[in-house]
Design a protein around this ligand. Structure first.
Ligand code: NBX
Length: 764
């Protein structure tokens, strides 16, 4: 390795800059990954997704290729550090939240389990925006992550895509996805050569109509106006049309007669963003001479759909007229699909095109794929019982659950070396390939030496995170305080505002001499969609409160509030190992699954959460005594919505503690630091609506959280045991388990009998 590195750099490692070492290692990783490419046998998966939140690639690839320790040692010998090297790699900005990170975990698990499965998506030049805080507000700038050396390579291949009657060339870029001791698959990303970053001005503004220049600039461009909404359709169609052409081409190259497409390809539709792949494939099969009915059947057998939300407003519905304008070639197909449905049933809620001429993408997915899955047990039950009950009655056999998972390579082995090593010293290395072996840790639940060491590692990680944050934002934390962390997209249903109310409540308690059992460090990581005003108001309130607290010496002894700027995978990798208390406080029934919750438990944090999403299964795995559950059940929440008589103002008027906290939001102190309009509007939103029912859960949250803080302070042995049992109970949440289930129930990768006589050959 040393010789190889030095040959590439043409000098000794000690003499190289980090940039040179980075480039050389990138070359080595690419060569090693290439050696692990395999011919595709049988059915291959295409996971189509608008997002792949893959995180930095170097260290993870070194781990998966089994050369991390060697490289680490070599660098150390030459007075360099891999940790510093990691700093120069930009993080690919190809995703936004859980859905995108899930796609990245799935690619890792597919390759690790030696299953043929590629990702298909878009190459966004500036990805999601970069976030910084100014005047206690979120500010957005473009994230030029594509500057510098690239993992993705230009394949030289292009596909013609017709948008609004004009032809565009989608260029295919590919990057390697190498599994842990596994094969190399690919992530296929499409882009247009004509896209021009020069049209961006004033933060992240650009002309939304200049399609050839703007198409792949940003992930989720602002869709608060018609032009923005149309732009999303343009993006989605570029992805699915180029993707569908690539899939058909690969299959045909492998000898597939298109009648047998489903024996060669399985296509997973990640939420509704790629749903147009259904009519697009039918259209393309039609061009190749396959009649509509058969094409629809083939596509139904090939495709499967994953639902990630029950928020009605997040299920995409496009006006027929927009589709007619952007993708006129698809409308005849969509109309035929709609007619086929209407022949079967006249129920309006099953129609693809409704009476108001909206095209319901999820409805098309469910009718014309063979599988619809939710992402946690509770979520799937809610889909079956209420949100999608009409579909469940029609197609009970299509519905199934696949509880989400996370890759332990990135979320333990790579982000928490010390803990990984310690676990290995206790139970051997088997857990790295078989996560269920973590169960063996439970045997150490009463071993005081082990518990003590576990807490030492936690403290070390808190220090490391604190150092990192100090360098980045100039904020110093107290590692002996309890670190409570809520990191996820900013959304009202996730209820960062409930956490805000708790912190204000604590402010008053401290002022009145009721001190918490331990000092509390409340850390947040969250980006708000640029056009989502209430979400931005919540960020503003948190930043303002942070300042108010900081300025008060009495309170700041006990509470510190920190928002990590530009929360992304890299930040998560620092934050998660440092967490004591994992905040998973969404309104029950609203968080489809959550995956952060799994990452925190795996790193020895204890969950404070509602019975929502995968929290329910986490509680099952660790037992009720090792998790802090609070709040209304999903049944209660759903009933309250159905009754329609939830009145936030009543709660506000009858609960003095709650009222005190809410009034503080636009009280004198907050106004002395923050913006009146924003704070007032947040308060009005809460008192006047509180659509996600924070008030009914407020007291239970305060009580449960204080219990957790007290246990942490007063009973550290109990706390350490809880942490240990959370790690040992995390095995179920490995994405290897999730992917094995998808494969068993939906994809059956590599299992097809050979249909034609043509020899299997590697596509590439
Ligand atoms: O998908 C998330 C859910 O909220 C999580 O509960 C779940 O764990 C995760 C993976 O299954 N959904 C998500 O991240 N959605 C989006 O980011 C999204 C983006 C754009 C859009 C709708 C949803 N139009």
């Amino acid at each position: 390795m040393k010789a190889r590195l030095e040959a590439l750099c043409k000098k000794s490692i000690a003499e190289c800059s980090y940039e040179e070492i980075y480039r050389a290692l990138m070359t080595i990783v690419k060569e090693e990954s290439k050696a692990r490419e395999k011919a595709v046998k049988g059915r291959k998966l295409y996971y189509i997704s608008a997002e792949f939140l893959i995180g930095k690639l170097l260290s993870n690839n070194l781990i998966n290729l089994g050369i991390y320790d060697e490289v680490d040692g070599l660098l150390k010998e030459s007075g360099k550090s891999l940790a510093e090297l990691e700093e120069i790699e930009p993080e690919p900005s190809l995703g936004n939240g859980g859905l995108g990170r899930l796609a990245a975990c799935f690619l890792d698990s597919l390759a690790t389990l030696d299953l043929p499965g590629d990702g298909v998506g878009l190459m966004y030049h500036c990805g999601l925006f970069r976030q910084n805080f100014r005047n206690h507000c979120q500010n957005e700038t473009p994230d030029y992550w594509l500057d510098g050396a690239q993992w993705a390579e230009d394949t030289g291949k292009t596909y013609e895509v017709s948008l609004a009657g004009k032809e565009y060339e989608a260029r295919l870029y590919r990057l390697d996805v190498t599994g842990y001791d596994g094969r190399t698959n690919k992530l296929n990303l499409f882009d247009l050569d004509t896209v021009d970053e020069g049209i961006i001005s004033e933060g992240i503004q650009f002309d939304k109509t200049e399609i050839d220049k703007n198409l792949t600039l940003f992930l989720y461009p602002d869709d608060s106006d018609d032009e923005g909404r149309k732009l999303r359709i343009y993006q989605q169609y570029l992805m699915v049309s180029a993707g569908a052409q690539m899939i058909l081409e690969e299959c045909e190259k492998r000898g597939c007669k298109l009648h047998d497409l489903a024996d060669y390809a399985a296509i997973q539709i990640n939420d509704t963003h790629p749903s147009m792949v259904i009519p697009e494939l039918i259209r393309l099969l039609g061009e190749k001479g396959i009649a509509f009915e058969e094409a629809a059947e083939i596509v139904t057998k090939t495709c499967a759909y994953t639902n990630h939300t029950i928020l009605a407003e997040a299920l995409e519905k496009w006006p027929e007229s927009y589709l007619e304008e952007v993708v006129p070639q698809l409308m005849p197909v969509i109309r035929k699909l709609d007619e086929a449905v209407k022949e079967k049933t006249d129920r309006e809620d099953l129609a693809i095109i409704d009476k108001g001429h909206l095209v319901h993408m999820a409805n098309m997915d469910i009718h014309f794929t063979h599988s619809t899955n939710g992402v946690a047990a509770l979520h799937t039950e809610i889909l079956k019982e209420s949100e999608l009950n009409q579909f469940y009655q029609l197609y009970p056999e299509k519905f199934n659950n696949k509880t989400n998972g996370i890759t332990f390579r990135r979320w333990l082995l790579s982000c928490n070396h010390e803990l990984t090593e310690y676990i290995e010293s206790l139970i051997g290395p088997g857990f790295k390939k078989d996560a269920s072996e973590l169960k063996k840790l439970a045997a150490y639940g009463d071993d005081q030496k082990v518990l003590k060491r576990l807490m030492e590692i936690k403290t070390a990680n808190k220090k490391k995170f604190s150092d990192w944050l100090f360098k980045k934002q100039g904020v110093a934390l107290k590692p002996d305080s309890i670190f409570s962390i809520q990191s996820k997209r900013l959304h009202e249903y996730k209820r960062q505002q409930l956490n805000l109310l708790y912190l204000i409540h604590q402010y008053f308690e401290i002022k009145n001499g009721h001190l918490p059992a331990a000092p509390i460090t409340a850390v947040f990581g969250a980006k708000a969609a640029p056009a989502y005003i209430t979400a931005k108001n919540i960020i503003h309130a948190l930043l303002t409160l942070s300042k108010v607290v900081e300025k008060d010496p009495e309170v700041s002894k006990w509470i510190q509030i920190v928002l990590v700027e530009n929360y992304n995978v890299t930040a998560a990798e620092k934050m998660i190992p440092a967490c004591d208390l994992s905040e998973q406080i969404s309104l029950a029934s609203k968080e489809a699954s959550g995956t952060g919750n799994m990452k925190f438990m795996l790193n020895g944090a204890v969950t404070l959460g509602t019975m929502d999403g995968a929290n329910v299964e986490i509680a099952d795995c660790v037992g009720g005594e090792n998790i802090y559950i609070f709040g209304q059940s999903s049944r209660q929440v759903i009933r309250l919505y159905e009754k329609g008589d939830y009145c936030a103002r009543e709660w506000y008027e009858t609960d003095p503690n709650l009222r005190r906290a809410v009034d503080f939001i636009d009280g004198e102190l907050m106004l002395s630091e923050g913006d009146e309009g924003s704070l007032r509007s947040l308060k009005n939103e809460l008192v006047g609506k509180d659509w996600f029912q924070t008030f009914p859960d407020f007291n239970a949250y305060v009580v449960r959280k204080n219990q957790a803080v007290t246990d942490y302070a007063v009973n550290p042995e109990k706390w350490a045991k809880m942490a240990l049992l959370n790690i040992s109970g995390a095995g179920y949440f490995s994405s290897d388990r999730t992917i094995a289930e998808y494969n068993e129930d939906i994809w059956h990768l590599g299992e097809t009998e050979e249909v034609s006589g043509i020899e299997e050959e590697a596509v590439r």
